[in-house]
Structures are given as C-alpha cells and as structure tokens.
Design a protein around this ligand. Sequence first.
Ligand SMILES: *[C@@H]1O[C@H](CO)[C@@H](O)[C@H](O)[C@H]1NC(C)=O
Ligand SMILES: *[C@@H]1O[C@H](CO)[C@@H](O)[C@H](O)[C@H]1NC(C)=O
Ligand SMILES: *[C@@H]1O[C@H](CO)[C@@H](O)[C@H](O)[C@H]1NC(C)=O
Length: 327
Amino acid sequence: MSPSAGGLVVFLLSVQVIQSQDGWRVDYFKTDICKAKGSQVYISCEFTYPPGKHYSDIKDRFWFTKEKDGEPVDLTTDSEYSGRVTDTCNSFTKTCSLIITDVRESDSAEYKFTLMTNKPGEKYTGSPGVTLSVTGLQVQVRRSDSTWLELTYHSSCVLSDRGEYEWSKNEEYIETGSSLLVSSGSTDRYSCYLRGPTGQRSPAVYGPQRPSVSVSPSAEMMEGDSVNLTCSTDANPAANYTWYKEHEDSPRASGQIFTITDFTAEHSGNYYCEAQNEMGRSNSTLRLITSSGKGGCTWSTTTTVFASISAVFLLIIILAVLYIRSH
Ligand SMILES: *[C@@H]1O[C@H](CO)[C@@H](O)[C@H](O)[C@H]1NC(C)=O
Ligand SMILES: *[C@@H]1O[C@H](CO)[C@@H](O)[C@H](O)[C@H]1NC(C)=O
Ligand SMILES: *[C@@H]1O[C@H](CO)[C@@H](O)[C@H](O)[C@H]1NC(C)=O
C-alpha cells in the first residue's frame, strides 16, 4: 500500500469514529437539501444502537436545531414550527423522519437527530446533521441584444428537486423552459413558476410604467424660490430615476427627488423624469413656469390676458345682439 492510500484509509476510519460511538450510530439519507420557499421537506435517518440494547430502552428521540442550556430542544415543541412539523419513527426499520411543510427562509439550519436511553446521561446525537437551505425563487434579467432580454430563474442554492419551470405573462401561462426571451421596454409582468405539488412562484418582473411626477410647493415659481420635483413609478426590480431638462443631453440630476434652489427665469421650461430598470424605461414631463408676480411674459400672464380679451369680446357681442333686437 502506498503512503497516500494508507493516509486515505486512516482518514476514512476517523470519519467512521465521528459518526458512531460505542455502537451508536445515526446515518442521514441526505445531508444537503435545498428547497424552494413554501414547499415541503422530508429529512430522514437510520439509527443503530449497541448490541444488548433494545428499542424499548430508548426513552426519547427527536430532531433539533437549537440547544438551550446545552440541551437540544425538540423541534416539535418549537413555536416557530408549530403546525408545520411531523416527526415519525419506524421501530422495525429503525428509521426516523421529519417532515416540515411550508418551509420558510428562517428554517435554513442544520437538523440533527438525537436519541437518549432510560439510563441517565446516556444519549447520542448524529453529528454533523442535515443542512437545509430554503431559497426564494427570483427572475433574473439579462440583456440579450438591443431588443431582447433573457429572463432566467434564480435561487440561492441548487434546488434538490428541480422540476420544470413555467413562465407566465400577466398571470397567464406562456411556456415551459429554463429561460424566456422577451422584448425590452415591455410593462408586462413576467414570473416563473416551479411546477410541483407545492409550486413556488417568483415575484413578477416588469418595466416601469409612465412615472407620475409632482412638484412641491408649486410649479409657478418666483425668483429665488426652491422647489422639489418628485418622480415615482411602479417597477420590479425597482427603477432608478434621472432628470433631464428639455433640449439638454446630459442629466440635471438623478434620484427620485430633484431639488431646484434659487429659481431664476432660466430654470423655467420642461423637465423629464426618466424611470429605468433592467426591463426598460419610461418618462414623464413636468413644466415649471415663472410666476406673473415678477416680470417676463409667461404662459400664465398670456393666458390671463387672453381670457380678459375674450371676456371683453363676448360682452361686445351680447351688447350688439341686444341693440339689434331692440331696434
Ligand atoms: C424638498 O424635500 C426635502 C427633503 O424631502 C425637504 O427637506 C425640503 O423642505 C423640500 N423643499 C421644498 C421646497 O418643498
Ligand atoms: C439605472 O438602471 C439601469 C438599468 O438597470 C442601469 O443601466 C443604469 O446605469 C442605472 N442608472 C443609474 C443612474 O443608476
Ligand atoms: C419619453 O418617452 C417617449 C415615448 O415613451 C419617447 O419617444 C421619448 O423619446 C422619451 N423622451 C426622453 C427625453 O427620453
């Protein structure tokens, strides 16, 4: 035997030693499990006790993830799992299983099985245990070219039972597959769905709708005023915001709120807010005007003048009609 092979045998033996002790042994059927949020997990083990012991000598056995004062806490008594766990053992095959339904991300932990006999202090825990990772399902967006986007599903661990993925557009099934091509700039809602008994749906991704823009305190500005322009829209992933002034290529600001301080006549005009995420972009316009209070011919003063002129004309016509009628 070569020295390295000898080393390997010693290593394997030492693993055996960790796994069992004085004839006690717990073997887990699967030690790494990744599950989609909301699904059900099945964890199981087989145990062995020393010769001379009997199944009836086992006083207690349970699954745990936490310890309290150095003692393992039976999972079935943990309020976080209440109504979601079933713990069963088969005395004939000496196998035990734990079923957790509607798994949550907070269930991600190492699950161990422990046995204790009626002899005080005699207990055995199978360690290391089973690592459970619970992941949410997400849709990732990648630009394929200038017109197409590729949507793929994403989970933080590789799912233990990978089913088929179905894609939906605005809640309606479109196709099955590992990815989906969609045209960019769409405001349709796409989500993926993991087919199975406890199917899991990702949150929908969609491009920004036309943003709503508002101005505070007023769009009629006096020189020296300050104003906040606010832009918001619904999009997933969340949109970022860029502000442009008309006829200008470079942005004036980025972020949802654009503050203009010390307003001057040069500030008046149209502003665009552009909302953008990986799915597309959309914009809305807002007009700032100089208030009639301070010089300059503005939109509002011309309107006022126009309105007055119209009123005078109307009056003249009415008078003319009355005059003609009375003669
Ligand atoms: C603009 O918004 C900021 C922060 O939200 C606030 O402190 C400020 O008073 C606002 N200014 C105006 C003119 O409304
Ligand atoms: C806004 O988001 C888009 C797409 O996600 C990105 O390409 C762009 O660089 C972002 N812009 C800013 C100002 O963060
Ligand atoms: C705003 O959106 C329209 C159509 O949605 C587009 O034609 C226009 O170029 C956009 N304007 C800017 C400044 O991005």
